[in-house]
Write a protein that binds this ligand. Structure first.
Ligand code: SF4
Ligand code: SF4
Length: 109
Protein backbone atom coordinates (compact mmCIF):
# COMPACT_ATOMS: atom_id res chain seq x y z
CA UNK A 1 0.00 0.00 0.00
CA UNK A 2 1.23 3.51 -0.69
CA UNK A 3 -0.09 7.04 -0.13
CA UNK A 4 0.29 10.24 -2.08
CA UNK A 5 2.15 12.45 0.39
CA UNK A 6 3.10 15.19 -2.06
CA UNK A 7 1.14 17.78 -0.05
CA UNK A 8 1.84 16.32 3.41
CA UNK A 9 2.89 19.74 4.74
CA UNK A 10 -0.76 20.78 4.46
CA UNK A 11 -2.14 17.70 6.26
CA UNK A 12 -3.80 17.92 9.64
CA UNK A 13 -4.04 14.84 11.83
CA UNK A 14 -7.29 13.95 10.09
CA UNK A 15 -5.58 13.33 6.75
CA UNK A 16 -3.06 10.85 8.14
CA UNK A 17 -4.03 7.23 7.36
CA UNK A 18 -4.79 4.90 10.24
CA UNK A 19 -1.58 3.16 11.29
CA UNK A 20 -0.88 -0.54 11.33
CA UNK A 21 -1.39 -2.79 14.33
CA UNK A 22 1.61 -4.83 15.48
CA UNK A 23 0.33 -8.19 16.66
CA UNK A 24 3.63 -10.04 17.16
CA UNK A 25 5.80 -8.80 20.04
CA UNK A 26 9.57 -8.59 19.74
CA UNK A 27 9.61 -7.86 16.02
CA UNK A 28 11.54 -4.59 16.26
CA UNK A 29 14.80 -6.35 15.38
CA UNK A 30 13.31 -7.24 12.00
CA UNK A 31 12.00 -3.78 11.18
CA UNK A 32 14.71 -1.29 10.37
CA UNK A 33 13.17 1.75 12.00
CA UNK A 34 16.07 3.91 10.84
CA UNK A 35 14.19 4.19 7.57
CA UNK A 36 11.96 6.79 9.24
CA UNK A 37 14.90 9.05 10.05
CA UNK A 38 14.95 12.59 8.63
CA UNK A 39 17.96 13.69 10.68
CA UNK A 40 21.25 11.86 11.20
CA UNK A 41 23.69 12.01 14.13
CA UNK A 42 27.36 12.30 13.18
CA UNK A 43 29.92 11.63 15.92
CA UNK A 44 33.22 13.47 15.88
CA UNK A 45 35.71 10.78 16.92
CA UNK A 46 38.35 13.37 17.82
CA UNK A 47 36.00 15.25 20.11
CA UNK A 48 34.45 12.15 21.71
CA UNK A 49 36.06 10.77 24.86
CA UNK A 50 33.91 7.63 25.04
CA UNK A 51 32.12 8.68 28.20
CA UNK A 52 29.14 6.61 26.96
CA UNK A 53 26.52 9.11 28.09
CA UNK A 54 24.95 9.03 24.61
CA UNK A 55 24.80 5.24 24.83
CA UNK A 56 22.85 5.49 28.09
CA UNK A 57 20.38 8.06 26.75
CA UNK A 58 19.73 6.66 23.27
CA UNK A 59 16.12 5.39 23.41
CA UNK A 60 16.69 3.00 20.50
CA UNK A 61 19.92 1.33 21.72
CA UNK A 62 21.41 2.48 18.42
CA UNK A 63 24.76 3.47 19.82
CA UNK A 64 26.87 0.35 19.74
CA UNK A 65 29.66 -0.14 22.26
CA UNK A 66 32.58 -2.55 22.25
CA UNK A 67 35.32 -2.70 24.87
CA UNK A 68 33.79 0.31 26.66
CA UNK A 69 34.18 2.49 23.56
CA UNK A 70 31.67 3.75 21.04
CA UNK A 71 31.86 1.43 18.07
CA UNK A 72 29.34 3.13 15.80
CA UNK A 73 25.83 4.50 15.53
CA UNK A 74 23.59 1.84 14.06
CA UNK A 75 21.73 3.76 11.37
CA UNK A 76 19.45 0.80 10.69
CA UNK A 77 17.64 1.64 13.92
CA UNK A 78 18.58 5.25 14.81
CA UNK A 79 15.50 7.45 14.45
CA UNK A 80 17.42 10.72 14.45
CA UNK A 81 15.76 12.01 17.61
CA UNK A 82 18.88 14.00 18.54
CA UNK A 83 18.87 13.04 22.23
CA UNK A 84 22.46 11.80 21.96
CA UNK A 85 23.62 15.19 20.64
CA UNK A 86 21.63 17.01 23.29
CA UNK A 87 23.15 14.97 26.12
CA UNK A 88 26.74 14.80 24.88
CA UNK A 89 28.83 16.89 27.30
CA UNK A 90 31.54 17.48 24.67
CA UNK A 91 29.30 18.50 21.74
CA UNK A 92 30.78 15.60 19.83
CA UNK A 93 27.59 14.71 17.98
CA UNK A 94 26.20 16.87 15.23
CA UNK A 95 22.71 16.33 13.83
CA UNK A 96 22.49 16.84 10.09
CA UNK A 97 19.77 16.50 7.48
CA UNK A 98 19.42 12.84 6.40
CA UNK A 99 18.99 13.60 2.69
CA UNK A 100 22.06 15.81 2.80
CA UNK A 101 24.00 13.00 4.52
CA UNK A 102 22.93 10.48 1.88
CA UNK A 103 23.84 12.87 -0.93
CA UNK A 104 27.30 13.34 0.58
CA UNK A 105 27.70 9.57 0.97
CA UNK A 106 26.81 8.97 -2.66
CA UNK A 107 29.20 11.64 -3.90
CA UNK A 108 31.94 10.41 -1.52
CA UNK A 109 32.43 13.82 0.13
S1 SF4 B 1 28.28 11.45 24.94
FE1 SF4 B 1 29.62 12.48 23.50
S2 SF4 B 1 31.68 12.28 24.36
FE2 SF4 B 1 30.37 10.81 25.39
S3 SF4 B 1 30.60 8.91 24.21
FE3 SF4 B 1 28.85 9.96 23.36
S4 SF4 B 1 29.66 11.17 21.68
FE4 SF4 B 1 31.38 10.58 22.95
S1 SF4 C 1 19.62 10.30 17.23
FE1 SF4 C 1 18.35 9.31 18.81
S2 SF4 C 1 18.07 7.22 18.09
FE2 SF4 C 1 19.78 8.07 16.93
S3 SF4 C 1 21.61 7.49 18.06
FE3 SF4 C 1 21.01 9.52 18.78
S4 SF4 C 1 19.71 9.14 20.58
FE4 SF4 C 1 19.87 7.22 19.42
Amino acid sequence: MSWDISNIQEWSWKEHPIGAVIKAPGNSRLIKTGGWRSLRPIRDEEQCNDCLICFIFCPEMSILVADEKIEKIDLDFCKGCGICAEECPRDAIEIIDEIEAQTKEKSGT
